[in-house]
Write a protein that binds this ligand. Structure first.
Ligand SMILES: [Zn+2]
Length: 209
């Protein structure tokens, strides 16, 4: 099996071509035993080598030559609270940021909203980046969910592994763009609670196959 740090770097580098990131904003992590690897602060992804990747334990301490991303807290809190989470990705992607600046949750305008575990994508309350308050708000918005928006900030997703986290981030940014486009034309017709419950049930039975 390949080094999880190499997989982490490959995922971080894939963010820009996928439209999830520009520059050094955003961060990715992957669980490793009782700890997790996370992208370091302030280094361009193109220049990263495995030796640059810090390992953090759930108490918030780290090993390695580089400092972890300043936004490590919501990564740590997701791993600590959610055994189902194996990878976390955070991005300042343009359509997610646009909607997050309206501090509006995304309603069930499309059935794929259910992929994130509910009938909306919540928007976490605003708190300054890197703060315990932001992590608390993010954990609330992520309750029972695989993704959320962070007010005036960006998106956050959590998957079983890096591949799922990356796919969820791409899907969430896509949904934000589609919702934004639909809103240009009028008020999107929303799916009912029953219709969304049927989709959630269908997704669960797919997952069991
Ligand atoms: Zn951020």
């Amino acid at each position: 099996m390949s080094d999880p740090r190499a997989q982490l770097i490959a995922t971080a580098r894939a963010m820009q071509p996928a439209g999830l990131n520009k520059g050094t904003s955003g961060n990715v992590s992957v669980r490793s035993g009782d700890a997790f690897y996370i992208t370091p602060t302030g280094l361009p992804y193109g220049a990263l080598v495995v030796g640059d990747i810090p390992l953090m334990t759930l108490d918030g301490s780290h090993q390695g030559t580089r400092k972890p991303s300043s936004e490590w807290r919501f990564h740590r809190d997701l791993y600590a609270a959610r055994p189902d989470v194996g990878a976390v990705l955070h991005a300042h992607s343009p359509f997610a940021v646009s909607l997050a600046c309206l501090r509006r949750e995304i309603p069930p305008f499309h059935y794929m909203i259910a992929r994130f575990g509910g009938d909306t994508i919540r928007c976490a309350d605003y708190a300054i980046f890197g703060s315990p308050e932001l992590s608390t708000a993010a954990m609330q918005a992520m309750q029972g969910r695989k993704g959320c928006l962070l007010a005036n900030h960006g998106l956050l997703v959590a998957g079983h592994d890096l591949a799922e986290a990356f796919a969820l981030a791409v899907e969430l940014e896509e949904l934000c763009e589609q919702y934004w486009r639909a809103c240009q034309l009028g008020d999107p017709v929303l799916l009912s609670a029953t219709e969304m419950a049927d989709v959630l049930k269908k997704f669960q039975s797919y997952g069991q196959q």
